[in-house]
Design a protein around this ligand. Structure first.
Ligand code: S3P
Length: 174
């Protein structure tokens, strides 16, 4: 088989799908550098994601996020934990379809609520989770087809982060 080894691995999926945890493990296992896109935005702007949403709004956050993603086009041997909304921006999609091996971490809606709300005060929740559950569900349902179209799907509900990591290593040929 003549398969090229991917130089960039991206994990996409809704909030609470385990992107960060799995990307960290994957980085240790493969030796690829771990990059968290939210943290990269925070480093580049000097502000937290929460603050950016609050002070500058989501639209500005999305432009910072795209700019941060574009800086990764030229980097090799990296594992990227994206934000849940990153692939939703059309201008970011080429990165996932052409410039990286992209994995969609699927989490069911109920499991996602459990994971993201566990032990949190409402002010500690991620900005887009600070709305009625119906709104979160709409966002979740709208996003699924986009994630599906861009990444190899792994169902995370009953899998451990290590199992998911091993599966990605297998699927990517790393
Ligand atoms: C967002 C997800 C967050 C962060 C921001 C917006 C989203 O990242 O980028 O709060 O639109 O789903 P995580 O998916 O890592 O929580």
């Amino acid at each position: 088989m003549n398969r090229r080894i991917p130089r960039r691995i991206s994990l996409i999926g809704f909030m609470g799908s385990g992107k960060t945890t799995v990307a960290r493990l994957l980085s240790v296992k493969t030796g690829y550098k771990y990059i968290d896109l939210d943290s990269l935005v925070e480093q580049r702007t000097g502000r937290s994601v929460q603050e950016i949403f609050k002070v500058e709004g989501e639209k500005t956050f999305r432009s910072y996020e795209s700019q941060a993603l574009m800086t990764l086009q030229e980097q090799n041997d990296i594992v990227i934990s994206t934000g849940g909304g990153t692939p939703i921006q059309e201008n970011n999609r080429r990165f996932f379809s052409e410039l990286s091996f992209t994995v969609f971490l699927y989490v069911s809606f109920d499991e996602m609520l459990k994971r993201t709300f566990a032990g949190k005060k409402s002010s500690d929740l991620r900005p887009l989770l600070q709305q009625p559950v119906k709104g979160i569900e709409n966002l979740y349902r709208q996003r699924l087809p986009v994630y599906e179209s861009l990444g190899v799907k792994i169902i995370t509900d009953n899998a451990t982060p290590m199992e998911i990591c091993d599966e990605i290593v297998f699927l990517s040929g790393l």
